[in-house]
Design a protein around this ligand. Sequence first.
Ligand code: TYD
Length: 222
Amino acid sequence: MSKPNGCFITFEGGEGSGKTTQARRLADRLELMGKEVVLTREPGGSPGAEAMRHLLLCGVIKPLGPEAEAIVFAAARDDHVSTLIRPALARGAWVICDRFIDSTRVYQGALGNVDHRLIRGLERLVVGDTMPDLTIILDVSPEIGLARAERRGSADRFEAEDMEYHRLLRAAYREIAEREPGRCVLMDASAGADALAVRIWMTVSERLLRQRQPLAAPRAAG
Ligand code: TYD
């Protein structure tokens, strides 16, 4: 079994939805409880995958087409899962990852029209049973998300796509949340960061922490 004690949480959502901030806040809170936390991101997260991140985000892979892009994202993920995520879960750490398989399903699959059989095949090969225990999908309108991303001053090749693209992206994430309610929770991310952090903490507590509490020792009779 790949995660005997560890717990795997992923954050997903469109540009400017606040994933990175919320992933950090959740990691801090779990660390305060004394948990070992590995906070990571995709594309990247391990030395091999970080080398591929640059290629993916600077736009040199894009002309090769969305299938090639999906394969390079999967190659980066393969290194990340096998060198960082699996070993951390196996020693009982909590792994929090900023983007994971749903980003490929949405960006390359739903938006890039890559055949879902290729996407699922790559997932099976690379991720196998190392699926997230919980995926938090931060839902925000494209207008709010892009305004936040612009304020941050980041405009990589994905953020430069037009408004319609971002609407489709939001719809694709919502569809995943509807299809997989056991793994995914959709959260309104237009609220302030503090309120959102509280809701995320409640969800993690209810879905994951409570289940993992050791059972109280039976009281001695008499
Ligand atoms: P990044 O700079 O990490 O920004 P953010 O997560 O804050 O948006 O950019 C990662 C980009 O890569 C993002 O626009 C989504 C894209 N991406 C994919 O297209 N497929 C994938 O499988 C992953 C992990 C990311």
